[in-house]
Design a binder for this molecule. Structure first.
Ligand code: SF4
Ligand code: FES
Length: 240
């Protein structure tokens, strides 16, 4: 495979021509934040968090979606890049429910929360007023809880379900600021051909798709036999 030479943050690096800028950075321990990228999924370039400066071009480029070329000069931490990432995070958090303390995607597991800490984003700096969202929770599935209010439209669930699992229950809907990733005609999960494989939960970077409590406890008990699982049964019906 052909190799190329490029400069990243003033350091000369040798890389494989087929690699994206993001892959090259990851291979050289240059941290780039991502929300919609997954190494096993096709890139869509939805979140714009992985932007970098290339050859002093006016527009920043999504590093996950651009192949590197010989002689490229890349900045991953310039002021322009950091300001752009901060603006993206501020927009995302402005439109996100303020329930981190009770969210089922526990602290340390939510990539959006981690990045907000890392880039020092707090609700006080929001560009927009928090938008009241009232999309109903979907609790219909035996294994997955779905909260569309928390979805950041990264599209990973759609790609893993449609392309890796070949099932395809998720679709993009609406446009622009109203874009959603939901089931066809917004049916509850239980009414789709979902097979409860849990792959969408695994790739979701936020608390929009989480395992149901009962499933989590069973999984915990499998890895840690000290954990006791109490299966709740319905109270007996009294016959009079
Ligand atoms: Fe991404 Fe999760 Fe929304 Fe799917 S539900 S688009 S994985 S944030
Ligand atoms: Fe590149 Fe989202 S990770 S655009």
């Amino acid at each position: 495979m052909e190799t190329i030479k490029l400069t990243i943050n003033q350091k000369e690096i040798t890389a494989n021509q087929e690699e994206s800028i993001l892959e090259i950075c990851q291979n050289h321990q240059i941290a780039i934040p991502t929300l919609c990228h997954h190494p096993d999924l096709r890139n869509e370039g939805n979140c714009r968090l992985c932007v970098v400066e290339v050859d002093g071009e006016e527009n920043l480029t999504a590093s996950c979606n651009r192949k590197a070329c010989d002689g490229m000069v890349i900045e991953t931490e310039s002021e322009k890049v950091i300001n752009s990432r901060r603006a993206t995070l501020e927009l995302l958090i402005a439109n996100h429910p303020n329930d981190c303390l009770t969210c089922d995607r526990t602290s340390g597991e939510c990539q959006l929360q981690d990045l907000c800490y890392q880039y020092d984003i707090s609700r006080g700096e929001q560009l927009l007023k928090t938008i009241e969202q009232k999309k109903a929770l979907d609790l219909s599935s035996p294994s997955i809880e779905r909260d569309l209010n928390k979805c950041i439209v990264c599209g990973k669930c759609l790609r893993v379900c449609g392309e890796t699992q070949d099932i395809g229950i998720y679709h993009y809907q609406e446009r622009g600021f109203d874009t959603l990733v939901s089931t066809k005609e917004n049916q509850p999960l239980a009414e789709t051909k979902c097979i409860n494989c849990g792959q969408c939960v695994k790739v979701c970077p936020v608390g929009a798709l989480v395992e149901k409590q009962e499933i989590r406890k069973v999984m915990q008990a499998i890895v840690d036999p000290e954990v006791h699982v109490v299966v709740q049964t319905a109270p007996a019906v009294k016959h009079t």
